[in-house]
Design a protein around this ligand. Structure first.
Ligand SMILES: [Ca+2]
Ligand SMILES: [Ca+2]
Ligand SMILES: [Ca+2]
Length: 470
């Protein structure tokens, strides 16, 4: 059945206008294969995300592998004979960074029979008022009074874990213009076996899977001015897309700066992100975060044995920083194939690049010389966007609202299955593949999604081929 002509005509006109603007790509651009400039790596197997930046010298590769060992190997409960890696807990989510960042790639939500949520974590907070301005400036959120800012579902012997997390899904489907239908799953969290009494009735939850670790030093080396240049907080250019910068507390500088890392850009630097991961995810203190993540009421947690002060020495924190800055990004594959080039055209036609910014150049004064002055292709603007009610966690973090998320980089996304053994995407892993991820886009990205919904089977395949070549 066809819709009446008077409805079709404006739609057709829109479609044509968009097609006119869409660039056609007949061949790859110079250097396009090198997503991370000279740091690009050429593995494409299950170790593709675990390679050091290609431009690291042999001695620097040694530093990288020291950092790798602290990222990969499990930490143990104190006291232990391995004093360099003890102090796990008392509350924690898992015992190694790599358990969540699977093969340096992404995590996933727990399956129905999982013992712990492992590679997904749940953030907690309460709605805050004006009287909490100072806490919000420093911490970005008002923590749940008993359970803190994060639910730890594991604990050392003798200490109660905070609870158990399960995810259940409600299914609905979305239809393309040609009748093709895709089923989407909306997650709902179930938290049970609470170890410290009831949660505050107003508690807000945000489930997040671990993002991939590649290219992070390069993202850190993008000049703040280049990121801010793409922000358009009031949508002054009227394209329906705003893009806002998060401003977050920098523990080392003791002031608010641009946020870059995490699903809501709630962390300013890799070192601070890493220190928070050690403390929040594994119960390990460091020079930046001197206390285990125990709330005032969690007295057993506060009096438990520790593994040194701090548990993560400055030199280990520095090695893990060097490691996390230097995981190379794999080179593009098949980027000259006609289907991939057609998909690239459709990506631009739909306006995906308005948030998934194809290209940046890193600063000349980057933290490490290998990261400086590189032309990189992350496909992210590192800005916050209102993605609509469907993706909203209704929980703010610094300036990010409950509907805003940071555009995630798309580089390497085509290797997700090969590296991490699954293709569960978006902040909580609800999308089971690339197409589902696109169909969850709403809010500022609603128009882009609506365009994709008009794509025919061959156009959908081309768009996915392009994404899989990244
Ligand atoms: Ca500890
Ligand atoms: Ca907690
Ligand atoms: Ca705009």
């Amino acid at each position: 059945m066809l819709p009446p002509l008077r409805l079709l005509l404006p739609l057709l006109a829109l479609g044509l206008a968009a097609c006119d603007q869409a660039p056609r790509f007949t061949q790859a651009e110079p250097g396009e294969a090198l997503s991370a400039g000279n740091a690009t790596v050429f593995k494409r197997d299950h170790n593709a995300f675990s390679q050091p930046s290609a431009n690291l010298s042999p001695s620097r590769r040694l530093d990288f592998s020291v950092g790798n060992s602290f990222f990969r190997n499990p930490w143990v409960i104190a006291p232990a004979t391995t004093t360099a890696r003890d102090g796990l807990g008392p509350l924690f989510n898992t015992n190694a960074c790599q358990n969540c960042h699977i093969k340096d790639g992404r995590g996933h939500p727990p399956g129905p029979d999982a013992v712990s949520a492992a590679s997904m974590l749940v953030r907690l907070s309460l709605p805050a008022g004006a009287e909490h301005a100072e806490t919000l400036e420093r911490l970005g959120v008002l923590a749940e009074p008993t359970y803190g800012g994060q639910l730890q579902d594991m604990a050392t012997p003798g200490i109660a874990p905070e609870g158990k997390v399960r995810v259940s899904y409600r299914l609905h489907s979305l239809k393309f213009a040609d009748g093709h239908s895709v089923e989407l799953r909306q997650p709902a969290l179930e938290i049970s076996k609470l170890g410290y009494g009831p949660l505050h009735p107003d508690t807000q939850f945000s489930a997040r899977i671990a993002p991939p670790m590649i290219g992070l030093g390069l993202l850190e080396a993008i000049p703040a001015a280049a990121i801010l240049a793409n922000a358009d907080p009031d949508d002054a250019d009227g394209d329906g897309i705003s893009g806002r910068a998060n401003r977050v507390w920098d523990d080392a500088l003791q002031r608010s700066v641009l946020g870059r890392f995490g699903w809501k850009a709630g962390q300013p630097t890799l070192n601070q992100q890493n220190a928070h991961a050690f403390a929040g995810d594994m119960g390990l203190t460091s020079g930046l975060l001197a206390h285990d993540d125990c709330s005032p009421g969690q007295t057993d947690c506060r009096s438990a044995r520790h593994g040194g002060e701090p548990e993560v020495s400055d030199s280990i924190l520095a090695s893990v920083l060097f490691y996390s800055r230097n995981l190379g990004v794999p080179a593009r594959r098949d980027l000259d194939s006609p289907q991939v080039l057609a998909g690239k055209g459709l990506f631009h036609q739909a306006g995906c690049q308005r948030c998934h910014t194809p290209q940046f150049t890193t600063a000349s004064d980057a933290a490490e010389p290998e990261l400086a002055k590189q032309t990189i292709r992350p496909y992210s603007d590192l800005l916050l966007h209102d993605m609509g009610p469907g993706l909203a966690d209704k929980r703010s973090e610094f300036l990010a609202s409950g509907r805003e998320w940071r555009t995630p980089p798309l580089w390497g996304i085509g290797l997700t299955e090969t590296v991490s053994g699954h293709t569960q995407l978006l902040h909580d892993g609800r999308a089971r593949d690339l197409l589902e991820a696109i169909l969850w886009h709403g809010g500022e990205a609603e128009a882009a999604k609506q365009q994709v919904l008009t794509f025919a089977a061959d156009e959908r395949a081309a768009l996915l081929a392009f994404l899989n070549s990244l």
